[in-house]
Design a protein. Structure first.
Length: 213
């Protein structure tokens, strides 16, 4: 998307050259082979202290799939990701209802707008206790919920059993955000779905606005 990208090595202890306007993306995959549980070993990586410092200074951190799991393990996002209720790996396209525009990746999407993104996970069931869920709702931290094509929420449209159909969230300061679906796999029209571009375009515009400020 015409943006400069730098690869960060997990064994490094610093984020050289990063500014608050930049965004560090933790992609999907299986960090450390998902041994013990997804993200549990990644929290011991040397880069973690730099991530936390970057987050506390207001820097953007975007977790996708396994990146979501890692951010929860690091305590940078509330809750955790559990085994899908089906007990199976789920890989398919799902519908998401946009809950808020109050985040860098949803600022360009209208609330209640429905988008389509693919999922591919075995541990995608988001869980948080009831009190924390209420706090998150009050703080406008829920970004996306699983829904049907018409935007209706139901257990049938919930592919993994996530509490309150939650597919994506952010922290209370709205600078750390994540979702289980993969927008990078739906960002080119040649792939048959480009809804993922909405998130990246929104992020880029938000970062540029912050940079101007």
């Amino acid at each position: 998307m015409g943006q400069q990208v730098e690869r960060i090595w997990y064994q490094d202890g610093v984020l050289t050259g990063f500014r608050e306007q930049d965004c560090l993306v933790i992609p999907g995959g299986s960090a450390y082979g998902d041994y013990l549980r997804p993200g549990a070993l990644a929290r011991l990586a040397p880069i973690v202290s730099a991530l936390k410092k970057f987050s506390s200074s207001g820097g953007y951190i975007f977790g996708i799939g396994n990146g979501f799991q890692i951010l929860c393990e690091l305590g940078l996002l509330p809750g955790l990701l559990l085994h899908n209720l089906s007990g199976e790996f789920v890989s398919k396209a799902v519908w998401l209802k946009t809950i808020t525009s109050n985040s860098p990746i949803t600022a360009g999407i209208n609330p209640d707008e429905v988008i389509k993104l693919p999922i591919a996970h075995r541990y995608g069931r988001y869980f948080v206790d009831d009190l924390t869920l209420k706090e998150m709702e009050s703080n406008d931290q829920i970004l996306f919920r699983y829904c049907d094509e018409e935007g209706k929420l139901s257990q049938k449209s919930n592919p993994n059993g996530a509490i309150s159909n939650i597919a994506g969230i952010c922290n209370a300061d709205h600078n750390v955000f994540a979702l289980m679906p993969h927008p990078e796999r739906a960002a080119e029209r040649e792939l048959g779905d480009a809804d993922g571009r909405y998130l990246f375009e929104s992020l880029i515009r938000t970062a540029k606005v912050d940079e101007i400020r």
